[in-house]
Design a binder for this molecule. Structure first.
Ligand SMILES: NC(=O)c1ccc[n+]([C@@H]2O[C@H](COP(=O)([O-])OP(=O)(O)OC[C@H]3O[C@@H](n4cnc5c(N)ncnc54)[C@H](OP(=O)(O)O)[C@@H]3O)[C@@H](O)[C@H]2O)c1
Length: 294
């Protein structure tokens, strides 16, 4: 087991699914874990469950709905005030909305939760990762990025109208944005001791789609095959990217857990550094970031 004894870990979306098991495993490996959650009661319950499972540990809980930029700014300030160093940041929180809705900031809720909020949070606590001996930023993306198609760097935040039938496409767009963010972040962090990598956890039985447990007939069928994973299995790649010493210094890569997918060529936008830079710059404007990494 690769230990991260005494390292400060900040993880979003640890109140359910993959994040919950990732947080538990990182505590087992000696990490001092901080959960950023949108529901304080769920956060406290998760922390208590982890603390009772791994004796002698203490899990911090901070609250922010990542779809709200003010909340992200507030929690980033709390993180910076509490922790001089952040060794591991796992951007895990995510949703798959089944119909569009706008946040009070005027953004699509899924884009704000999955991409804009994590982008802002990461940038606002970047100095704390730079203060670490060697820090790792882990972005939980998805193979769904492959179905997103082309991205216009001027309009990517508008998903337009989507329905239950096309929600996967819209979700895939947000996950492509996550992946491009990780790649550009890695580029901007070159020459520092901070790495950034993205991953797909595979198809995992969680509450991701519409906030409800996977229970449909397709899921039931898949659960009889290795195609559908438990949250514990889904957490493995995040844990690996956060802890595996053989990945020291490895940055700007996408690690997939979905069987067979590593043999596919990378999606076009993931090879386009100029597109990634333009999307980064526009995102920084959208979230009101004066100084971004790099
Ligand atoms: N499941 C899969 O097959 C699969 C495949 C590829 C990638 N992923 C990615 O894996 C990550 C974890 O998802 P999961 O499958 O474990 O789903 P999940 O069980 O629904 O967990 C999602 C977590 O994110 C939190 N969250 C959602 N929106 C948030 C917001 N606006 N602000 C703060 N927290 C928020 C949820 O909080 P609550 O507990 O309050 O709801 C929950 O803790 C996501 O990024 C997802 O895109 C999942």
């Amino acid at each position: 087991m690769d230990l991260i004894t005494g390292q400060r870990v900040v993880i979003t979306g640890a109140t359910s699914g993959i994040g919950r098991l990732t947080a538990l495993e990182l505590v087992r490996r000696g990490g001092n874990v901080t959960i950023v959650c949108r529901n304080l009661e769920k956060g406290k319950a998760t922390a208590a469950e982890i603390e009772s499972t791994v004796a002698g540990t203490s899990v911090d809980v901070l609250v922010a709905d990542l779809s709200g930029l003010e909340q992200v700014r507030r929690v980033a300030a709390e993180i910076c005030a509490r922790y001089p160093v952040v060794d591991v940041l796992v951007n895990n929180a995510g949703v798959q909305d089944l119909r569009p809705r706008l946040t009070p900031d005027g953004f699509d809720h899924m884009v704000a939760s999955n991409y804009l909020g994590p982008f802002l949070l990461t940038n606002l606590i970047l100095d704390r990762t730079r203060a670490a001996a060697a820090a790792r930023i882990v972005v939980v993306a998805s193979e769904a990025h492959r179905i997103a198609g082309r991205l216009d760097p001027e309009t990517f935040e508008h998903l337009g109208s989507y329905s239950r039938a096309t929600a996967m496409w819209a979700y895939g767009r947000t996950k492509l944005l996550d992946l491009l963010f990780a790649l550009e972040l890695a580029r901007r962090l070159e020459g520092t001791r901070v790495t950034a990598n993205a991953l797909c956890p595979g198809l995992v039985a969680t509450n991701l789609v519409g906030g409800k447990p996977m229970l449909g007939p397709v899921d039931r069928m898949l659960s009889l095959t290795p195609m559908l994973r438990t949250p514990e299995q889904g957490a493995r790649m995040s844990v690996r990217l956060a802890t595996d010493p053989s990945l020291d210094g490895v940055t700007g890569r996408f690690f997939t857990s979905t069987p067979g997918m590593r043999f596919l060529p990378p999606a076009g936008p993931t090879r386009d550094a100029s597109l990634q830079r333009r999307i980064w710059e526009r995102t920084a404007q959208l979230v009101g970031l004066e100084t971004a990494a790099g």
